[in-house]
Write a protein that binds this ligand. Structure first.
Ligand code: ADP
Length: 312
């Protein structure tokens, strides 16, 4: 049986963990509460780029005040929370940013976070994916789950893809979240095997898969059955491959990079936004570079961006 792959359309589901963030203010010892996390950041930028679309976030939170504040932040960002599960005995993960002479470092409390249970209910996952045209997840989404829950998520993604949904994946390799490096690389390639689109970052891929250059990264994901591969590489050119199209795109140089947090997450949002096919792939990648360029010139993960300035 052949399945017709649907256009990514206007119902987008991002799956993963959003955390509470405590960021230092100008006053020593004072911190500001915010919310961030790779797949959430991408949903946040997508909601800005596509106010007409339904952007949903799938995660698990607690029933405490902090969890309610996180849900309120989803609502304020225009992100639908119909697929956010509330677990009475848990709460959300937390990280705190420390500044030492301008250098940021992060402390995490996420081992017990509710999001680790986002894939415990296979039927709920299927319902969430059935209501979407495009499903997005990352290597961090896979990392926080137990091996059994990871298989539940992968099976639901496989099913969604077979039903004609578009599945997009950012490998986002985070060795600190895995106990064994082989487990990490195996799980990432399992994620690739259920995906139509992969959005890896070359620096991480080179380190953990020994890819000699971005084209080797493209080949590895293509061999896993991924149709569209777009390899980010910081300020270096983006490499891409889709069907008979392949090439590189130079990243516009910037004189003042403030903070590269969420560069890749925002880049991914612009790529997912461009999947409706109204723009050629090269133009979509250029828009992604321009969006990420705006983001690295601001502080933090969620930077107020100007979607109009993305068009050349
Ligand atoms: P990740 O955050 O996933 O590691 P990258 O660091 O590769 O992703 O960055 C993603 C995108 O952000 C790049 O493709 C580029 O468009 C933009 N970007 C990142 N760093 C810079 C930089 N120093 N100058 C200009 N653009 C950048």
């Amino acid at each position: 049986m052949t399945t017709t792959r649907s256009e990514p359309g206007s119902r987008i589901l991002s799956i993963g963990e959003c955390m509470a963030e405590l960021a230092p203010t100008e006053i020593p010892g004072e911190y500001r509460l915010g919310f961030a996390g790779d797949t959430f950041n991408t949903a946040w930028y997508l909601a800005r780029l596509r106010p007409d679309a339904t952007v949903s976030y799938c995660t698990a939170v607690g029933t405490d005040t902090l969890s309610s504040q996180m849900r309120a932040a989803f609502g304020e960002a225009g992100i639908d929370d119909s697929h956010v599960y509330a677990l009475p005995d848990r709460t959300v993960g937390l990280y705190l940013i420390s500044l030492d002479r301008g250098e940021r470092s992060f402390s995490y409390w996420r081992g017990q976070s509710a999001a680790r249970h986002l894939a415990d209910d296979p039927e709920a996952l299927v319902r969430a994916m059935d209501a979407a045209d495009l499903v997005y997840f990352s290597g961090i989404t896979l990392a926080i789950l137990s091996p059994a829950a990871r298989q539940t998520l992968l099976e639901a993604l496989r099913r969604a893809r077979a039903a004609g949904k578009c599945v997009a994946f950012d490998p986002n390799l985070r060795p600190r979240l895995w106990s064994e490096m082989d487990e990490m690389t195996d799980a990432i390639m399992e994620g690739a095997r259920v995906s139509d689109i992969a959005l890896p970052s070359f620096e991480d891929e080179a380190r953990w898969f020994s890819d000699l250059d971005p084209d080797a990264t493209i080949e590895r994901y293509r061999a896993a059955g991924v149709g569209t591969v777009i390899v980010k590489n910081g300020s270096e050119p983006v490499h891409y491959h889709r069907g008979s199209e392949s090439g590189t795109i130079a990243v516009p140089p910037l004189t003042h990079v403030v903070d590269t947090t969420a560069a890749g997450d925002s880049f991914n949002a612009a790529i997912l936004d461009g999947l409706d096919g109204t723009l050629p792939l090269r133009e979509t990648i250029m828009r992604a570079c321009r969006l990420a360029g705006q983001v690295v010139q601001g502080k933090g993960a969620l930077v107020s961006v100007d979607p109009v300035a993305l068009t050349s």
